[in-house]
Design a protein around this ligand. Structure first.
Ligand code: ATP
Ligand code: MG
Length: 433
């Protein structure tokens, strides 16, 4: 892409209510634009990052034997009445009538819809297990939408649902989903923990959350220093109210400072995390009330045993920046970067600079490297600031030194600038990616 034609409206102004780095930088770097409270439009750079995240998820879901579907966003309230969740969800469910006076809700999650899709279609234990997922906009009329896309009202979720004929088979799938989710977050370059979570009002027999470690996280975690064990402190303290959680966080720090890990002899310490994923053993919580049955080996009708697996795709985009930013802006990880390389022409009046930049740009494009060419008339200093704010992992600076056959590579993470012989630049870039 040519920067001269790209729609990346970078700005010095952060939204007045922005306190989180991801909210500030995704806005300033021209990724997201607020439309109303909790509602955001994604501009081209955000769309590219989201697609990257989706690709990683799709690949790992395919590896794990899951199939993608897409369910209707508008869902009939009758399904929510069948499951009994219409009441429980309360005001987070946005309800409305169509012209014939039928009532619908905007899907905040799709357990009911998925059960409805599968019931009467999968009728025998021989057709099980199956695991279906979608990448889909969700709407929750959150009481306090905040932190930009971290807690939006409209947001993108990968939601998956598995159907089984035994608890053992659900356990197996649950573990496979945990492994797949870990792989996804590792590939995206995130530092994370899997923690035991509160199964909440929904019940069920097991629930784990995937937490990206970040000081700005809304959840408090007790994590072991020696093993992988971690738990959301909600499960120790039964605290669901947020103000309460903050008080607990401060007091637990003193009281429970040297708690011992239930899994090994290690020491537990407290940290903050962003919940980016939630996997949950549902059992028959939805299949029973929705009368979704299959015939078992003895020809007896049984409700499906189910699991549900959610991942906050748009929240992951924010979490990447919470974990990877500095005072100059975003620092995208390799797998998440909208473009891997940004070529900066220092002075577009210099023919030699333009020629080399154009050659390198075409060359890298032909090798399927995602490359931006900054061919604008802006000053060099402005271009560098812009590149730092947007957060391309690498920039190639083609400037004055080209007279001596030298260009430079700028590493966004370390901010180091390394001189390279102009004729070696392509090879060097390919090595780095
Ligand atoms: P939270 O405790 O943050 O409200 P939740 O328990 O309501 O999350 P789930 O219903 O399990 O979340 O949804 C699955 C995933 O969707 C979450 O792990 C999170 O990453 C993401 N998610 C949930 N609510 C939002 C939101 N308002 N904005 C962005 N992402 C969200
Ligand atoms: Mg919620």
């Amino acid at each position: 892409m040519r920067r001269s034609r790209a729609f990346i409206p970078t700005t010095k102004e952060a939204p007045s209510d922005a306190t989180l780095a991801s909210h500030i930088y995704l806005s300033r770097a021209g990724f997201i634009s607020q439309v109303a409270s909790g509602l955001y439009s994604y501009m081209p750079m955000a769309k590219k990052v989201i697609t990257k995240i989706e690709n990683v998820i799709n690949q790992e879901m395919a590896n794990a034997g899951c199939e993608e579907v897409e369910l209707s966003f508008v869902t009939p309230i009758t399904l929510w009445e069948e499951s009994g969740r219409s009441e429980k969800f309360g005001k987070e469910l946005l309800r409305f009538h169509d012209r014939k006076d039928n009532m619908f809700v905007l899907g905040p999650t799709h357990e009911e819809m998925m059960v409805d899709l599968v019931r009467n279609r999968v009728t025998s234990y021989k057709q099980l297990p199956i695991n279906l997922y979608q990448m889909k906009i969700k709407f929750r009329d959150e009481a306090r939408p905040r932190f930009g896309i971290m807690r939006g009202r409209e947001f993108l979720m990968k939601d998956g649902y598995s159907f089984h004929s035994s608890v053992e088979d659900l356990d197996r799938e649950f573990d496979a989903m945990e492994r797949a989710y870990k792989k996804i977050l590792a590939r995206l370059g995130l530092d994370f923990r899997v923690v035991e979570a509160d199964s909440g009002a929904i019940g069920g027999s097991g629930s784990k959350e995937l937490m990206v470690i970040a000081g700005s996280g809304e959840d408090t975690l007790a994590v072991c220093d020696s093993c992988e064990y971690g738990a959301n402190i909600e499960i120790f303290l039964g605290a669901s109210d947020e103000a309460q959680k903050d008080i607990i966080f401060t007091s637990v720090k003193d009281i429970k400072g040297d708690e011992i890990c239930p899994n090994c002899d290690g020491k537990l310490s407290l940290t903050k995390g962003i919940e980016v994923g939630h996997i949950f053993k549902l059992g028959t919580t939805y299949s029973a009330p929705l009368k979704a049955h299959y015939l078992d080996e003895n020809g007896k009708a049984q409700p499906f045993i189910m699991g549900t697996y959610g991942m906050g795709v748009s929240r992951i985009m924010a979490a990447i920046i919470e974990q990877n930013h500095d005072e100059s802006g975003c620092i995208w990880t390799k797998e998440s970067a909208p473009y891997s390389v940004n070529i900066i022409i220092s002075n577009i009046k210099d023919e030699a600079q333009v020629k080399l930049a154009e050659e390198l740009y075409e060359n890298l494009k032909s090798l399927n490297v995602e490359v931006m060419l900054d061919d604008t008339k802006e000053r060099f200093g402005f271009k560098m600031k812009d590149a730092e704010l947007i957060g391309f992992p690498y920039s190639v600076i083609i400037g004055k030194e080209l007279e001596n056959g030298v260009v430079q590579i700028f590493d966004r993470k370390t901010k180091e600038i390394t001189p390279i012989n102009a004729q070696d630049i392509k090879t060097k870039i390919l090595e780095l990616l």
